[in-house]
Design a binder for this molecule. Structure first.
Ligand code: GN1
Ligand code: MG
Length: 373
């Protein structure tokens, strides 16, 4: 999907929320592929305060009230946890929703767009390309802690905001349908990538089969653990707060770990068009294992531990086939900046699958060396 041509009225959108003071400015923020995110600034009695304002992509998230109910519950649960702390960073350890003036978690404007607002976490940022093993360790530690937090989320099962989000077999079938239909006549340009994708079919059902046999359990997971969905403290380098909670729902812990491997180990950006620059960095992988097991190691079972390495390859492959499908379908899902953007992304991800596969044995030994909690 290409970005909408005209910028929304951020002043009007923020007026729906309980924000005091005078609107000063607003600008796009971050690099998400789905929602539109803005930082808006207010003057509150002489102090500049920022808020994070988001327009939710309701073509993709079809039940926005259900999604916001999930997010509200998760944020409240996490705030209860961090409110017991008294360290200087504690108020930045959880997302805080700003309610609308009529007490709701989100606002629907006249054009039908849905908006939500969070307190802006200052003094921290997200990183699209992980620069050091330390950053990876901190990110993985934060995601593991987030899973641990969700393990005792009170109340009913969360809504599935995108059904079968990580159902790799379904993703594979959708790809095959897109290849057959080839609605934009793009398949010829993606012959090599299509060949690679179809050639990996043997890995598609591995986790689904384990789950069906009851060997790995359903848990509440984040499901979009791109490392740029963790805020890293600018000063201390600590992983402070997990963001992008739209897909928090029932899932497998391994999908989360796999997406950390995909997004953190890559030496290149996810859309780097030159596959020669793509490589899975082993020291970053080792740091992910260390960070993740420090916070999640206590609840993972043996089958989950045994598939940590595999999960990286599977999720990289899965996101790769999603990019490829979107290229074939005419860029209807992910935001793109040029006509080959999704194809570049798919090629990049497949190069990473290749690199992960080549280094599998070393990565397995890294996991095994890690002591059980
Ligand atoms: C999307 O919104 P963002 O950019 O954090 C996508 C993820 C993909 C990711 C690939 C809801 O995440 O599943 O892994 O792009 N989110 C959704 O970069 O589809
Ligand atoms: Mg994001």
């Amino acid at each position: 999907m290409t970005n909408p041509a005209h910028a929304p009225d951020l002043r009007a959108a923020s007026a729906a929320f309980v924000i005091h003071g005078r609107y000063v400015a607003g600008a796009p923020h971050g690099s998400g592929h789905i929602n539109d995110t803005y930082a808006v600034q207010f003057d509150q009695a002489g102090v500049r305060v920022r808020y994070l304002l988001q327009r939710i992509n309701h073509r993709i998230f079809k039940d926005v009230p259900g999604l916001m109910e999930n997010i509200r519950r998760v944020c409240e649960h996490s705030q209860t946890r961090v409110s017991s702390g008294s360290g200087p960073a504690d108020s930045r350890r959880s997302l805080v929703l700003v309610p609308t003036r009529d007490g709701q978690a989100c606002h629907r404007d006249d054009t039908g767009s849905w908006w939500r607002c969070f307190l802006f976490i200052e003094g921290a940022r997200t990183h699209d390309v992980i620069e050091s093993p330390a950053q990876a360790r901190e990110g993985a530690r934060a995601f593991g802690a987030f899973q641990a937090l969700l393990a005792d989320l009170p109340g009913k099962r969360l809504h599935e905001t995108i059904p079968q989000f990580h159902h790799t077999r379904r993703r594979f079938d959708v790809l095959r349908a897109a290849i057959d239909a080839d609605p934009r006549n793009r398949a010829a340009r993606a012959r090599a990538e299509i060949g690679f994708a179809l050639g990996q079919e043997r890995i598609v059902d591995v986790l689904l089969d384990l789950q069906a046999r009851g060997e790995i359990p359903e848990r509440v997971t984040h499901n979009d653990t791109k490392l740029n969905n963790v805020m890293i403290d600018d000063r201390t380098g600590e992983g402070l707060c997990v963001v992008d909670l739209d897909t928090v729902m029932p899932g497998l812990a391994l999908y989360d770990f796999g997406d950390m491997v995909r997004s953190a180990t890559n030496a290149a950006a996810e859309d780097d068009p030159d596959p020669a620059r793509v490589q899975a960095r082993l020291p970053v992988f080792a740091a992910l294992v260390e960070g993740y097991l420090a916070t999640a190691g206590a609840f993972l079972n043996a089958a989950e531990r045994a598939h940590l390495v595999f999960s990286g390859r599977l999720i990289t492959y899965e996101i790769g086939i999603r990019f490829l499908t979107d290229f074939l379908e005419g860029d209807v899902y992910f935001k793109t900046r040029h006509p080959e953007h999704n194809l570049d992304r798919a090629r990049n991800q497949f190069a990473l699958v290749h690199s992960l596969e080549a280094q599998q044995a070393v990565m397995e030994s890294m996991v095994q060396r890690h002591p059980l909690p």
